[in-house]
Design a protein around this ligand. Structure first.
Ligand SMILES: [Zn+2]
Length: 274
């Protein structure tokens, strides 16, 4: 249904305040936001819903100023930016004293030391594991077998054995982890490849000649690891999430500053077949 509207058409129409486009936006992207918040913010569903509604109001304020600053060309780039936007808003609301799972939370420095010299795939496995993903989700996100996943987790045994036991997708240290991802984004360097380049590598749409320096850089860059795993996360959740149901979409729509003048009637064919 909402798939009738492609990503490239949704954002510009949302910025005109069109209800139909916002319906598609909310139905497709709310579940991705909720799943990410489920992992990283230990909140009730009410609090999560209120947080998302406030985030939407922030995107829509001043004639959709913040939304206009998002990437408009590719859906995955947009979703990574949406994830960042949500993380930046959630981070100050998280309580570090609730982070403990019996093992003290990692820091960016500790993670960098832990990952040093490990193959790229193992770095991705460890990073997503420390973020709080279960083995099953890790295997899906990275498209790896359980044995490959296990091999990638070996280094965590010494200091982070507690995270290896976890069967749910839930960050054990949300406040610390969002601070780490924030620091990683802030530490981006001029030679860090653009997100678009990383996505081309991920898609295999890049020559060995171009790929080699990017992979060499990635092997030592926590910022790029954060960026790379962010793509895997949003793609994974976008695939798995079910569209938000109409009553919930309508509740969110009623909070948004829609443009009544362009509140479109249903397209003719939809009216015929509705
Ligand atoms: Zn980098």
């Amino acid at each position: 249904m909402s798939k009738l509207l492609t990503f490239q058409r949704i954002l510009p129409a949302c910025e005109e305040g069109r209800a139909g486009a916002w319906h598609a936006f909310l139905s497709q992207y709310s579940p991705v936001a909720f799943e990410l918040l489920n992992v990283y913010a230990p909140w009730t569903s009410e609090r999560r819903g209120a947080f998302w509604r406030d985030a939407l109001l922030a995107l829509s304020g001043e004639d959709f100023k913040r939304l206009r600053a998002f990437p408009h060309q590719a859906e995955r780039e947009f979703l990574v930016e949406l994830r960042t936007f949500l993380f930046e808003r959630a981070q100050p609301l998280l309580d570090p004293s609730k982070d403990s799972i019996g093992t003290s939370a990692p820091t960016a420095e500790k993670i960098a030391a832990l990952l040093e010299g490990a193959p790229l795939l193992h770095q991705e496995i460890m990073f997503l594991k420390l973020a709080g993903y279960s083995d099953a989700t890790l295997e899906q996100l990275l498209r790896i077998s359980p044995s490959v996943g296990k091999a990638g987790l070996e280094r965590l045994r010494a200091d982070y054995a507690a995270v290896l036991e976890r069967a749910e997708d839930q960050c054990p240290w949300p406040a610390a982890w969002l601070a780490i991802t924030h620091a990683a984004r802030e530490a981006r360097k001029p030679d860090c490849p653009a997100l678009r380049q990383l996505i081309r590598v991920l898609d295999g749409q890049i020559s060995w000649y171009e790929k080699e320096p990017i992979e060499q850089h990635r092997a030592h860059c926590l910022s790029c690891l954060e960026h790379w795993t962010a793509v895997l996360e949003v793609v994974g959740w976008a695939k798995r999430a079910q569209p938000l149901r109409d009553p919930q979409v309508d509740a969110l729509l009623s909070a948004l500053p829609l443009n009544e003048a362009v509140k479109e009637k249903k397209p003719f064919f939809k009216r015929l077949f509705a």
